[in-house]
Design a protein around this ligand. Structure first.
Ligand code: GLU
Length: 404
């Protein structure tokens, strides 16, 4: 998914919502794009922070460590964060950061040094009332801890609200670790109830934080997880997978494919399985024109960012597959990040049930606002989600006097 795909999509929304040239321009323009080169043991890594839209509050979004990350992708992800915070109705704008690196190839010392250097490069641009980073693909609570520590050393004061997704011991929030998946499940349950579906089979592509926790939570909720996958391949058993076993195999051997009580299939085959719910929770562009017509699921819950291309979206809508888009489906992560920041600023910490109840309240409200629009027009669920987010952002821009 590149940034041009996004600007094209905004143009499409612009026609539907009758947006002016000024409004389109404000929506498509990143406020600030920061880049740096970080050096660790003679190796150089490109690093980024893009602050996309800040009309609704300080910018917010994760930092991704991945060998294929580049400025264009970070910009696309920062744009989505701006919409995501608007959909979840948390008082933030959107940002994203990254480093072009394969963290699996670094020693723990190198990983720490690289993470601290990211802060040294960008510390002037971030802060609890400016821009608040968080974890994303291949970044962890430990990395957030190093980053917070580096920031506090530079500022000479404690500042837990500078970053979210921290370990509990350093001001993290209960439930943040499973928040993306849990938020997705709350949204899914609303959609299942609206559609009156009773079948409970699920296939999950990707077994990282979001995918694995979604599998756990959904199976506790009585869903049957028939397939899961990681970058090495997929496993499938129509009777249902024994999740505790699969997690053990993943932890011990680094891949789910070594689980024995299932058929080995490809990541591509997993998407085409005859299941009720499909959960793409790996990287972007999993569902394209090539495979969209083969999808049999009734609901797609996008826990990954950008797993469906716009062309595939049109096919799925025609085939009556309900796509719960990323900016709603995975907004539980940033919502609990917001709760973490509130707790840091307040210096008073909530119990797990309070966090869960407040997360549920926010996401059920967001889902229902979109469902109401969706039921009254012929556009797909993603378009309706964008319409809600864009309306909220433009209202804030207008109140600031930026649309005169
Ligand atoms: N990286 C996550 C996302 O894409 C979380 C961002 C945050 O908590 O700020 O939504």
């Amino acid at each position: 998914m590149n940034f041009t795909t996004i600007t094209n999509f905004i143009d499409k929304i612009g026609k539907i919502a009758n947006l002016s040239e000024k409004e389109l321009k404000i929506l498509k323009t990143a406020r600030r794009e920061h880049t740096a080169e970080l050096k660790v043991n003679e190796n150089k890594y490109l690093a980024y922070r893009v602050q996309f839209n800040d009309a609704r509050g300080p910018t917010k979004g994760g930092i991704r460590y991945h060998p294929e990350v580049d400025l264009d992708e970070v910009k696309a992800l920062a744009f989505w964060m701006s919409l995501k915070t608007a959909v979840a109705d948390v008082p933030y704008g959107g940002a994203k950061g990254g480093i072009t690196v394969n963290p699996k190839e670094l020693t723990i010392q190198e990983l720490e040094e690289l993470s601290r250097k990211w802060i040294r490069a960008f510390h002037e641009h971030i802060g609890p009332t400016k821009d608040i980073p968080a974890p994303d693909v291949y970044t962890t609570p430990q990395i957030m801890a190093w980053m917070m520590d580096e920031y506090e050393k530079i500022k000479g004061e404690k500042s837990p609200g500078v970053i979210t997704g921290k370990p509990l011991e350093l001001g993290g929030s209960l439930v943040r670790d499973i928040a993306t998946a849990l938020g997705g499940v709350y949204v899914l349950k609303e959609a299942v109830a609206k559609l009156g579906l009773t079948e409970k089979t699920v296939a999950i592509q990707g077994f990282g934080n979001a995918g694995m926790n979604a599998a756990k939570i959904l199976s506790e909720e009585g869903y049957k997880i028939v397939a899961v996958s990681d970058s090495k391949g997929a496993i499938y058993n129509y009777e249902g997978l024994n999740l505790n076993e699969v997690i053990k195999v993943k932890q011990e051997t680094k891949s789910v494919v070594n689980y024995s009580n299932a058929e080995k299939i490809s990541n591509g085959d997993l998407l085409k399985l005859n299941v009720c719910v499909l959960v793409p929770s790996a990287l972007a562009n999993a569902i394209t024109v090539e495979n969209a017509n083969d999808i049999k699921a009734k609901i797609i819950l996008e826990l990954a960012n950008g797993p469906t291309t716009p062309e595939a979206d049109e096919i799925l809508h025609k085939n009556k597959v309900l796509v719960l888009p990323d900016i709603l489906a995975n907004s539980g992560g940033v919502t609990v990040s917001y709760f973490e920041w509130v707790q840091n600023n307040y210096g008073y910490y909530w119990d797990a049930q309070t966090v869960k109840d407040r997360l549920k309240e926010k996401l059920v409200k967001a889902f229902n606002s979109i469902w109401e629009k969706y039921s009254s027009n012929n556009y797909d669920f993603r378009i309706n989600t964008y319409l809600l987010a864009i309306d909220r952002i433009l209202k804030a821009e207008k109140l600031r006097g930026n649309l005169k």
